[in-house]
Each structure stands twice: as structure tokens, then as C-alpha cells.
Design a binder for this molecule. Structure first.
Ligand SMILES: Cc1cc2nc3c(=O)[nH]c(=O)nc-3n(C[C@H](O)[C@H](O)[C@H](O)COP(=O)(O)O)c2cc1C
Length: 370
């Protein structure tokens, strides 16, 4: 299907409005899930005899074959409007300084309009050495991405891999959402075959069950970011946009609305389900799991690693650190990440784990279960 140039321009400008309003809404509106990500239900068993020196604790690990200084990624957020260049450059410079990976926001508009490529390309200029991941949505993948489009997604930022986001609940609430996900798994297989960099599939806040994760593994993906519920609810973000545009929403019954706005599997449940499934049936050994969705400090991260995640990731907490006081944007973001490092180091000291490998096997139990 050929899209007429004026229609293409219109789509591109709608996406710019959407990307800008996503950042504004995330900064200013109450759009968190009603529930938490579930990590408070887990406790490490205290080790009164750690037998390690706190100052020797090593936070290094690997992600998809590369060494990183700390098991944390800044999740895909933005690109494609003027302010996005500021956000992306600031975030990229901090990630470069700390040697941690970064995902950029959806690059759909950069595929549709060349002028939007700069706000993504800036990321690689600001962070020449770290792992950076491109990003595109499942609906675009389901429609079939051309060879040229796939190459552009990677080449624009010399990406180390492609992140594909699954966001059915978001698309359902989005005023202009695309709810056609049919054929996604077939197309995902083609993408994995055609790319020579790793493919990561993530949710955006409603979580990935063990069953869905297994389907992704069968398509050959290299990593799965569960992005579960407990942090940013993209249903709530899109509902704010819908109400702004149409004044009220009568698409769903009042009694169903709250459950839909909070629809999802908590991040801790996603991780525990995948870990259980892997212990019982296997199949996840060649895939790396990322824990995200509502992580709010380094203890959530520590528990994620003990629940089988290779690394953790977060979006909104870091956006807030960056933009709440723009005059100190980078310092605040860096401080937040350094504080998460201290949290993680504290947990490692108190379970006697000298390195991340040891933390992965530290005893963690669910409160109330035997
Ligand atoms: C302002 C903003 C924009 C986002 N845009 C994207 C995007 O373009 N692509 C994507 O995969 N995820 C996007 N996300 C979702 C995050 O990557 C993440 O999965 C989600 O917000 C849950 O994590 P959190 O609870 O730490 O925010 C965005 C998040 C924020 C805060």
C-alpha cells in the first residue's frame, strides 16, 4: 500500500504530538498502576556472617555478550520531537559515563519522516561506546517491516540490537491506537532471521507471562523484558490523552474501567512465573530476562536478579530525575543511578554476595509462603 505524502506528513505530526504529550503526562499526571510491582512480598534471608568486605563488592555483569558496570538499563523512552533531543542526549551521556545500556523510544516517526532521525542519532554521538538499542512497536512488526526499514532502524544509531515493544493494552486505550497484532509471531521470526544483531521483546507495563515468553523464545529472540505492572500504566497515560481530546470516555463500562486501567501481571509475578516454568520445563537458558515495570530502587533490582533476571530496567523514575529540576538534570539522573547502586550493594553485603553471580543464588522467599 502506498501512503500519500500529505497523509504521511499528517501521521508524522500526530506522532510528534503523541510523543511530546507522553513525556508531559508522565511528568505531571497520576498515571501509576494502583498496585505495586510486587517486590515488597519478597525478602532476602539475612546473612549475619557475610564474610566479604563491602568495599570489594563487584557490580559488573554482562548483557547480551557485553560487560556492563551495573545490571541496569535505561528503558526505551523517547525521540522524534524537539525536546526529545535534549532528553536523549542527557540520558545517553550519563549512560556512557556509567557504562550501562540504553534503549531509545519508538523510531516509527523516524522511519516515516527523515527530519526526526536527528533526535535519535544524537544518542550514538553522545554515547559512542555503550550498548544502545533501537525500538519499534509490535503493530509495525506485524504489518511487515521492509529490509530497508530494518536496516535504517539499526544504522541510524549503530544499534547493538532491536527492541520490539508489545503494547496491546496501550494501543487499546490510545485514541489513534493500532490494535491489529495478527501475524506478529510470524513476522517476529522473519525479523530475528534477517537481523544480525540481537532482538529483545518487551512489554510496556502489562507484563509478559511464562506462556507468552515461551512463544517469544520459540521465535528465536535473544532477550525478553517483562515490563510488568506496578509502575507506569500506559492505559492511564492514553486515557488522559483521550479525555483531553473527547472530554469523556464511554468506550468501556464504568465498572470495567478501573480493572482495564490497571490491567497486567506484576513484574515480580512475571519473573517468578518464568523462573518456575524454566525450572519445571526448561527452555529459557539461552535467553536473557530483563526485569522492568515499577522498579523504584536498587532493592527491587536486587530481588529481580535473585528471581532470574539478567539485568533490571526502568523508565519513568529516571525521566523524573532528569526533568524535575532541568538545571541539574544530568547530576540528578546520575545521583539516582548511583543511589540504586548503593541499594544493590547493601543487599549484596547483607546476603554475603561478593558479585552479581553470587547474588543470583541468594535465598529469597515470598512472605507468607513456606
Ligand atoms: C515518556 C515515556 C515514553 C516511553 N516510550 C516508549 C517507547 O517509545 N517504546 C517502548 O518500548 N517503551 C516506551 N516506554 C515504556 C518504558 O520503556 C517502560 O517499559 C514502561 O514505562 C514501564 O517502566 P517504568 O514503570 O519504569 O516506567 C516509555 C516510557 C516513558 C516514561
Amino acid at each position: 500500500m502506498t501512503t500519500k505524502p500529505d497523509t504521511l506528513m499528517q501521521i508524522a505530526s500526530e506522532i510528534v504530538e503523541r510523543k511530546q504529550s507522553h513525556v508531559d503526562i508522565c511528568m505531571n499526571e497520576p498515571i501509576n498502576f494502583d498496585n505495586t510491582a510486587g517486590f515488597e512480598a519478597y525478602r532476602f534471608t539475612h546473612n549475619a556472617i557475610p564474610e566479604i568486605n563491602h568495599k570489594d563488592i563487584d557490580l559488573k555483569t554482562t548483557f547480551l555478550g557485553r560487560t556492563i558496570s551495573f545490571p541496569l538499563m535505561i528503558s526505551s523512552m523517547t525521540g522524534g520531537f524537539q525536546g526529545a533531543e535534549f532528553v536523549n542526549r542527557m540520558v545517553a551521556e550519563v549512560c556512557q559515563k556509567l557504562t550501562i545500556p540504553l534503549g531509545v523510544g519508538s523510531m516509527r516517526q523516524a522511519l516515516e519522516e527523515e527530519t526526526h532521525q536527528e533526535s535519535f542519532a544524537i544518542v550514538r554521538q553522545a554515547a559512542p561506546d555503550i550498548q544502545i538499542f533501537s525500538n519499534i512497536g509490535a503493530p509495525e512488526v506485524a504489518q511487515g517491516l521492509s529490509h530497508d526499514a530494518l536496516n535504517l532502524l539499526i544504522d541510524m544509531i549503530r544499534a547493538d540490537g532491536l527492541i520490539i515493544h508489545l503494547n496491546p493494552a496501550q494501543e487499546l486505550f490510545q485514541p489513534e491506537g493500532n490494535t491489529n497484532f495478527s501475524g506478529f509471531l510470524y513476522q517476529l521470526r522473519q525479523v530475528v532471521k534477517r537481523l544480525d544483531v540481537p532482538v529483545i521483546v518487551k512489554e510496556v507495563g502489562s507484563g509478559i507471562s511464562a506462556t507468552a515468553a515461551k512463544q517469544l523464545v520459540d521465535c528465536g529472540v535473544h532477550a525478553i523484558d517483562v515490563a510488568g505492572s506496578g509502575g507506569t500504566s500506559w492505559q492511564k497515560v492514553e486515557e488522559v490523552r483521550y479525555i483531553k481530546r473527547f472530554a469523556r470516555d464511554q468506550r468501556f463500562s464504568p465498572g470495567a474501567m478501573n480493572e482495564l486501567l490497571n490491567w497486567g501481571i506484576t513484574t515480580a509475578d512475571c519473573l517468578a512465573d518464568i523462573q518456575r516454568y524454566n525450572l519445571e520445563s526448561g527452555g529459557f537458558d539461552d535467553v536473557e530476562i530483563v526485569s522492568s515495570g515499577g522498579l523504584s530502587h536498587g532493592l527491587d533490582l536486587a530481588k529481580s536478579l535473585a528471581l532470574g533476571a539478567q539485568i533490571g530496567a526502568a523508565a519513568k523514575p529516571f525521566l523524573k530525575s532528569l526533568l524535575t529540576y532541568p538545571d541539574h538534570a544530568q547530576q540528578n539522573l546520575e545521583n539516582t543511578i548511583l543511589t540504586w547502586m548503593n541499594d544493590l550493594r547493601a543487599a549484596m553485603f547483607l546476603v554475603g554476595a561478593k558479585n552479581i553471580q553470587a547474588l543470583r543464588s541468594a535465598p529469597l522467599r515470598k512472605i507468607g509462603s513456606s
